[in-house]
Design a protein around this ligand. Structure first.
Ligand SMILES: [Fe+2]
Ligand SMILES: [Fe+2]
Length: 219
């Protein structure tokens, strides 16, 4: 496949799986116990710190200058999201300064991404696929905030965070067009994207089972 054909094909495969990540009852989600905007924002902090750190770790172990700078930009954006979410949590009455989202360790998706060593796998998994997942999750979260009557958080996600995550995904797309140029690289990219989606599905299934969480925001 040409890089163009490959990226189009990978995008279609991703979108087919992402449809499954969208809950069938998006408009009437199961909200149980204290499933609140505040608690979901605490999950978001963990996602943002993990996204920041993965981009930062890859930045120092990537040789290609354009990829390095894309990762630097992403690390900065994810750190900005972290700060904005922490500020919003404070407005909601929760002191995020005294809270360490990774006190119990990193999640399985972080650990998987951290083990990837080639640029093509990193771009396919971390930017092209993980950010596509974030866009879907954030859209669901915005709807959740609106139903909960939290316009401020919905606006933060709609106006700032979601457009950034979309930009990260586009960055992944343009870098993938340049590095998924051989059969071998394309195979690696396809496997990394698939594993990322599998882990996201497993995480969603686990979150649903343990906490009834359908729409934790992503990054
Ligand atoms: Fe992102
Ligand atoms: Fe983010």
């Amino acid at each position: 496949m040409t890089p163009d054909e490959f990226v189009k094909d990978l995008d279609e495969r991703n979108q087919a799986v992402l449809k499954r990540l969208e809950p069938e009852a998006t408009l009437a989600p199961e909200v149980s116990g204290d499933l609140t905007v505040l608690n979901l924002l605490k999950v978001a902090l963990k996602n943002e710190i993990e996204a920041t750190e993965i981009a930062a770790r890859w930045l120092v172990t990537t040789d290609e200058v354009d990829v390095k700078m894309a990762l630097a930009r992403q690390a900065g954006d994810e750190a900005k999201h972290y700060r904005m979410i922490a500020d919003r949590l404070r407005e909601l009455g929760f002191d995020a300064h005294a809270f360490n989202p990774i006190a119990k360790g990193y999640g399985p998706l972080f650990n998987y991404l951290d083990r990837l060593t080639t640029t093509v796998e990193r771009i396919a998994a971390g930017q092209f696929t993980r950010e596509a997942i974030a866009v879907v999750k954030n859209r669901q979260f915005i709807e959740f905030c609106e139903r909960a009557g939290d316009r401020v958080t919905a606006t933060l996600y709609r106006d700032v965070i979601e457009p950034d995550e979309r930009f990260h995904q586009q960055l992944g797309r343009s870098l993938l067009l340049r590095c998924a140029i051989t059969v071998e690289a394309q195979e690696k990219a396809r496997r990394a994207a698939l594993r990322t989606l599998e882990l996201a599905e497993e995480l969603q299934a686990a979150a649903l089972k343990t906490a009834g969480i359908h729409h934790a925001p992503g990054c």
